[in-house]
Design a protein around this ligand. Structure first.
Ligand code: CP
Ligand code: NVA
Length: 331
């Protein structure tokens, strides 16, 4: 794997060797951190973190990882910059590229992060767009490997909104790594057909498979992993809630879904998750539609099967690996 000087924008850009190389590097850097071995090889470098949507995990991961690597960070929040409002992405890229060694961008359309990367002249890392969430993929694959001991051959079931950033990225990643990926949801929420075709071709090469089904019993049969994400993503209008609840409630991750899976199956979620009434949005949805939990039940979320906090921790180790691989020259 040699990703030095490259961008990290979407999973279709990466080979299976590069994905596996980043998973291994994440583990190496995680072990160093746990053993107190310094790894500040990027001392003196500076990175910019642009967030046009909110974040807990991604922002904190970039900040902590940068600090561990010896770098300084500048955080630009949705209101704290001129980006897009008074200054184009192309101009912003050329300004920030003169000051920083790398730029993280979280925002809306994939074309924005692609344009930033085209003009910045330094590595750009996609911290989430509507279409893609690639940094999450390295953390998720590390988590699967740590819990199940392998990636190829794992039956990976994604339930819920499979046509957005998480469903798209997981399908492509799983297909490249020889997993048996299943999108188990209402057909309105299947990933778009061109991406499904791409993933199926990748799966043919890797020995994996890609299946789309509306049948929960069939989809979850012998699953090793059941994964879900929120039903309404950042940037989507509140008006879609009613339809989403109606369409996706049959695909809630609950004990019934897990009854079809292997006894050893794990539950994963990129977080944040609506599994109780301890959030403002959770309570608003409860008042309006009567639901007490949404994409995952509280009992599954809190169960032994749930590895969501390992997954959240792994965001930091894997983001560190992505920055390291793109900023440290290969000997
Ligand atoms: N999973 C994830 O990207 O979390 P944040 O939105 O908190 O960054
Ligand atoms: N699909 C979610 C992922 C959050 C990490 C969103 O875009 O809001």
């Amino acid at each position: 794997m040699n990703l030095y000087g490259k961008n990290f924008l979407k999973m279709t850009d990466l080979s299976s060797e590069e994905i596996l190389g980043l998973v291994d590097l994440s583990k190496e850097l995680k072990d160093k951190k746990k053993n107190g071995i310094p790894h500040d090889e990027l001392k003196g470098k500076n990175i910019a973190l642009i967030f046009e949507k909110t974040s807990t995990r991604t922002r904190c991961s970039f900040e902590v990882a940068a600090h561990d690597l010896g770098m300084s960070t500048t955080y630009l929040d949705p209101s704290g910059s001129q980006i897009g409002k008074k200054e184009s992405i192309k101009d912003t890229a050329r300004v920030l590229g003169r000051m920083y060694d790398g730029i993280e961008y979280r925002g809306f359309g994939q074309e924005i992060v692609e344009q930033l990367a085209e003009y910045a002249g330094v590595p750009v890392w996609n911290g989430l767009t509507n279409e893609s969430h690639p940094t999450q993929m390295i953390a998720d694959m590390l988590t699967v490997k740590e819990h199940l001991g392998k990636l190829a051959g794992v039956k990976f079931v994604y339930m819920g909104d499979a046509r957005y950033n998480m469903g798209n990225s997981l399908m492509v990643t799983a297909a490249k790594l020889g997993m048996d990926f299943v999108a188990c949801t209402n057909k309105k929420y299947f990933p778009e057909s061109a991406l499904v075709e791409y993933a199926k071709k990748e799966a043919e090469k890797s020995g994996g498979s890609v299946t789309l089904t509306e049948d929960v019993a069939e989809g979850c049969k012998d699953a090793d992993v059941i994964y879900t994400d929120v039903w309404v993503s950042m940037g989507e209008p509140d008006s879609v809630w009613k339809e989403r609840i109606k369409d996706l409630t049959p695909y809630q991750v609950n004990e019934k879904a897990f009854s079809y899976a292997k006894d050893t199956a794990i539950f994963m979620h990129c977080l944040p998750a609506f599994h109780d009434l301890d959030t403002v949005i959770g309570r608003q949805v409860h008042e309006k539609y009567g639901l007490t939990e949404m994409e995952v039940t509280d009992d599954v979320f809190e169960s032994e099967r749930s590895v969501v906090f390992d997954e959240a921790e792994n965001r930091m180790h894997s983001i560190k690996a992505i920055m390291y691989a793109t900023l440290v020259p290969k000997e």
